[in-house]
Write a protein that binds this ligand. Structure first.
Ligand SMILES: [Mg+2]
Length: 195
């Protein structure tokens, strides 16, 4: 039986759209390096006005695919059952976020057509998802997995190796590293079943 892999969407499959809208709204040129902490909206002082603007736009129209994600997932899907698991709730506007389900769904259908639509899971609390392997940029989302892969992002890049090791987390800086980790895992498995 294939092992299951949970893949996060924002900052793992795609990035840039949310920050683009912040800059468009505020007339700024912020980059990811300007973000302190996890929440990009903390760059904005008038969050109410920003989210009124934000919700009229589709952030996925302005994002980019993370390099190699399509090619690598297209390879890995032959060896693993891939699930895309994404939260769609923004804490400041939880009740207005239904439209994000549509945007995320459409983006995934278009960009990753080889992943079955039935394998999308839109949920805020990812700890309820049971997968063998989890790939996410947010540490809290890696619980309940045998292999926890932290995808490097602006808000986690300074977490040191010692901390990650103590928590059983492997860092992947890009999708080629994810590919190496998961293809090596297949080797490990076939070696252990031969013994
Ligand atoms: Mg994410």
């Amino acid at each position: 039986m294939k092992k299951t892999v949970m893949v996060d969407m924002d900052e793992v499959i795609t990035e840039g759209g949310f920050l683009h809208l912040i800059n468009e709204f505020a007339g700024t040129n912020y980059t990811k390096d300007d973000v302190k902490g996890y929440y990009m909206q903390d760059l904005i002082s008038d969050k109410d006005a920003f989210f009124k603007y934000y919700i009229t736009k589709n952030q996925y129209d302005y994002g980019i695919l993370i390099p190699d994600v399509v090619e690598v997932l297209n390879i890995l899907k032959d060896y693993y059952d891939i699930y895309i698991c994404s939260s769609y709730i923004i804490k400041e506007i939880p009740k207005e976020c239904g439209i994000l389900l549509l945007y995320k769904h459409n983006y995934l259908c278009e960009k990753l057509p080889f992943i079955p639509v039935n394998n999308y899971a839109f949920v805020n609390n990812k700890s309820i998802i049971n997968c063998d392997i989890k790939i996410d940029d947010k540490i809290d989302n890696l619980v309940n997995a045998d292999i926890k892969i932290l995808f490097t992002s602006y808000h986690n890049k300074d977490l040191d190796d010692e901390f990650l090791k103590e928590n059983g987390i492997i860092r992947a800086n890009n999708w080629l590293e994810v590919k190496n980790i998961l293809l090596k895992e297949l080797d490990n498995e076939s070696n252990s079943t031969k013994k």
